[in-house]
Write a protein that binds this ligand. Structure first.
Ligand SMILES: Cc1cc2nc3c(=O)[nH]c(=O)nc-3n(C[C@H](O)[C@H](O)[C@H](O)COP(=O)(O)OP(=O)(O)OC[C@H]3O[C@@H](n4cnc5c(N)ncnc54)[C@H](O)[C@@H]3O)c2cc1C
Length: 492
């Protein structure tokens, strides 16, 4: 976000002052059809929309507003939804007004931070979007090793600010992903085996609950909410800022890929499985099967976030394996590795993803994956995240995130530049996944697709589900925040 700079008194201030008032102005708005929480249609009085706009410092966008189209778009072009109105919040005060408006009018409501939801849940057709994209900024306090992040910030901002002070915490693997959505669902990343999930490193959240209250959730303030926000997604309110605990880390890591022809994938993946299981926590090894112009390849991406000499020594066994066609592991800035996938997973393409966790990986499972991959076209990618390590340092009941026993996260994804053949292609990804799914145990709620239902979430949350339901009843009894990995306010 471009913040207005009050660089001096007098002229500079006078020059910027008229550009923006303290509240946004919307006049002459007619009544607007909008979707309700119950799935019905309502007419929103124009006067209420004007009053909302007057109460915000940010803008209220309608379909006729110049910024509407740009603002409503999300990462995955597959979810081309047109909300009735969008509140572009600039801070917690705006968020409270927006939440009160949503509740009073019982509107179908989506909350959007980075817009990367794999189920398209951060927008909605005909409803209300509480948009946090303008709430960006990260402040690092080196003395206390804390980062304070506004909830619309992207991972790249968090990583960059931390690296400048020789500090880090777990974030995801693509720098344009939203920090809030990722952290609320758990947060796997290249440092996860070293420092735990992103949510394990949260010291506190600021959150606006469905009744419009502004609460702090931490170990000693609203600890029940603190428990639920670490893995329970957006179920309990709109998080407006996050305080992360940071760790000292050399901002230059050992990173890169070793790449082998697909013919060697069976041997390399078997060996990978064995060394990955008890690798040092500083090692994150993430394989993927992908297509290059001269054929299919297996790559193992390395992020070694510990001592370089130890890393070089440990990585020797991986690099010596088989006859690789490429090996570019070298010292590099952590933030460079963190943005290495930004382009291939760029904003505005069409994506379809299926995935789940693996708690074991047998030889026949590896064979199945390679065979299933080889039958897919060049727009298809199969990838692993490396589990174990510090992900397991907390018990499954210590936070709402339930899948602590994962050894790997397995994902498959189709990527297309345009809409052509999307239905047929998505069905190919689904058919492929039907073969692989029996290898998995549970799934990552943050990678769940639109077809996942409350029953799936219930099963996945397992023993944590009842506690989540009780929290939902306490903080969001009417299920205002339902466009997420949704937990109901009472057991079915
Ligand atoms: C390219 C890409 C790479 C990814 N890589 C990783 C990875 O490495 N590791 C990983 O763990 N995950 C990864 N993910 C999954 C990611 O964690 C989820 O997509 C996550 O929900 C994205 O957060 P967001 O803020 O961008 O999404 P949004 O679409 O804005 O939000 C996602 C969900 O969270 C809710 N939400 C968002 N912000 C708030 C808030 N402030 N308060 C309350 N609810 C909120 C939304 O309502 C929605 O339900 C990746 C996703 C993509 C698309």
């Amino acid at each position: 976000m471009k913040r207005r700079q009050f660089v001096g008194a007098g002229l500079a201030l006078a020059a910027t002052w008229p550009l923006r008032g303290f509240t946004s102005v919307l006049k002459g708005v007619g009544d607007l059809p909008a979707k309700t929480l119950a799935g019905g249609d309502a007419m929103l009085p124009g006067s209420s929309i004007e009053a909302l706009a007057a109460s915000l410092r940010g803008d209220v966008l309608l379909a006729t507003s110049p910024d509407y189209d740009r603002t409503r778009r999300v990462w995955n072009a597959l979810f081309d939804k047109k909300p009735a109105l969008i509140a572009r919040c600039t801070g917690a005060s705006d968020v409270r007004q927006a939440v009160n408006f949503a509740r009073e009018h019982q509107l179908l409501t989506a909350v959007r931070a980075g817009g990367h939801s794999l189920s398209g849940k951060s927008s909605c057709e005909g409803g209300f979007v509480i948009d946090l994209q303008q709430m960006q900024g990260v402040r690092v306090e080196p003395e206390t090793k804390r980062a304070y992040l506004e909830a619309g910030s992207l991972l790249g901002q968090l990583d960059h600010e931390c690296a400048g002070f020789g500090l880090a915490t777990t974030a995801g693997t693509v720098s344009h992903t939203g920090a809030a959505g990722l952290t609320l669902g758990g947060g796997l990343g290249r440092l996860g085996r070293h420092f735990g999930l992103a949510c394990d490193n949260v010291a506190s959240f600021d959150v606006v609950t469905a009744d419009g209250r502004f609460l702090r959730a931490s170990d000693h303030e609203n600890p029940d909410l603190y428990w639920g926000l670490r893995g329970g997604g957006g179920n309990f309110g709109v998080v407006t800022s996050i305080e992360y605990r940071l760790h000292e880390m050399n901002p230059v890591i050992l990173g890169g890929n070793v790449v082998w022809p697909i013919e060697q994938a069976r041997d390399v993946l078997r060996y990978y499985r064995d060394i990955a299981a008890d690798a040092p926590d500083a090692a994150n090894l993430a394989p993927d099967l992908h297509w290059e112009p001269d054929g299919a390849k297996l790559a193992i991406e390395v992020c070694w976030s510990g001592d370089h000499a130890q890393g070089e020594a440990w990585l020797k066994k991986l690099r010596a394996l088989g006859k690789s066609v490429r090996d570019d592991i070298a010292p590099m800035p952590y933030v460079a590795l963190q943005s290495s996938g930004d382009e291939i997973l760029g904003v505005g393409q069409y994506y379809y993803l299926k995935g789940g966790f693996l708690t074991q990986l047998k030889d026949d499972g590896i064979d199945l994956m390679i065979d299933a991959f080889k039958r897919m076209p060049s727009w298809f990618l199969l990838f692993f995240d490396h589990g174990g390590g510090a992900y397991r340092h907390m018990a499954p009941a210590a936070t709402a995130f339930p899948n602590r026993d994962m050894l790997f996260a397995l994902g498959t994804i189709g990527i297309w530049p345009n809409k052509d053949g999307i239905e047929e292609n998505s069905e190919k990804v689904r058919a492929n996944w039907r073969e692989l799914e029996p290898l998995t145990k549970g799934f990552y709620t943050n990678l769940a697709g639109p077809e996942m239902t409350m029953a799936h979430y219930r099963e996945n949350y397992g023993a944590n589900f009842e506690r989540l339901v009780a929290l939902k009843a306490k903080y969001d009894p009417t299920n205002l925040f339902r466009l997420n990995a949704n937990v109901p306010p009472k057991m079915a």
